[in-house]
Design a protein around this ligand. Sequence first.
Ligand code: ZN
Length: 240
Amino acid sequence: MQFIRPFCDERQSTWCLHCTTSLSEVRTNKDHVPSKCFLKKPYPENLPTVEICAECNNGFSADENYFACVIHAVLAGSLSPDPQHHPEAAKILRHNQGIARRLNTQSEQVDLFPHELPFTVYPDYKRIERVLVKNAKGHAFYEYGEPMLESPSTVEVFPIHQLSADNRARFESSEDVGDLSAWPEVGSRMMDRVMTGRDMLGEWIVVEDGIYRYAVDQAGGLRVRMVIRDYLGAQIQWFH
Ligand SMILES: [Zn+2]
């Protein structure tokens, strides 16, 4: 990815996006958005980061690791994938056998991956959601300079191939974004991308082709869309 220097008001990065602690009072870390659990090695250069408090940054690690196990198990169709056919998944799940065991047995969780039979996992939806919302807040701040300190109004997560044709088209492109009032602020990274097309495919920012892409727009409030491994889609919105 290309590095883009923002010109948005620096005062907006005064608080941790996740716990709203004043960053001047605590130890801080640069947090990768996207999380590395969304990506494939070798990672692209100049991955976006946002400054958050060290406690939140450390707190996300276990959930991000969990997320990686879930997505790789689902895509490989197994909690102990064949290393020859699925080397990346096999490595991650071998290193996290406790998580793999829990994914096989937890039964109180929502059915996040219906119709993926005969293989089914039972992920803890709250952990999946925490990772997605963290990234949505990070993307919104990095691209638009907008600190979304509140919880989002809606969080939707779905395998993209299970969307109907109409819903898939709506998810992939937005009719509402052409409206001038929804254009990014001058000086924001998003405005730079709109003007130069940097890392863009249509309205999506492609971090790694076929691995991770995201889009941020301000139609009706603020909306972040993400697609992980051309499989898992998420749409997270803050309404006005
Ligand atoms: Zn924090």
